[in-house]
Design a protein. Structure first.
Length: 92
């Protein structure tokens, strides 16, 4: 896989792990493979009430990644997104 194949929020499998793409850059991506609620004391001073377990996948490991399709619909989530389709021209 290549950099442009990844979409934030999409489900990806890397070897035995599966998670949601959380961060993308040209050197690596991260997959969120777990999430759990913080203690009330920690959550009170945090932006998010959850801790995330992220898997770092370097660009030389992208060949081991596979995009997971929506099993009910049979398509990639990214293929459904067409943000500019049907949009009027920029008036500037």
């Amino acid at each position: 896989m290549q950099l442009n194949d990844f979409v934030k929020g999409e489900i990806v499998r890397h070897k035995e792990d599966q998670g949601v793409v959380n961060f993308i850059c040209k050197e690596y991506i991260t997959l969120t493979v777990g999430k759990y609620r913080k203690s009330p004391e920690d959550a009170a001073h945090s932006i998010s009430p959850y801790n995330e377990i992220n898997l770092l996948i370097l660009s030389n490991q992208w060949k081991d990644c596979e995009i997971v399709t929506n099993s009910q619909q049979g398509h990639r989530l990214a293929d459904l997104y067409h943000s500019q389709e049907g949009r009027y021209g920029d008036p500037q």
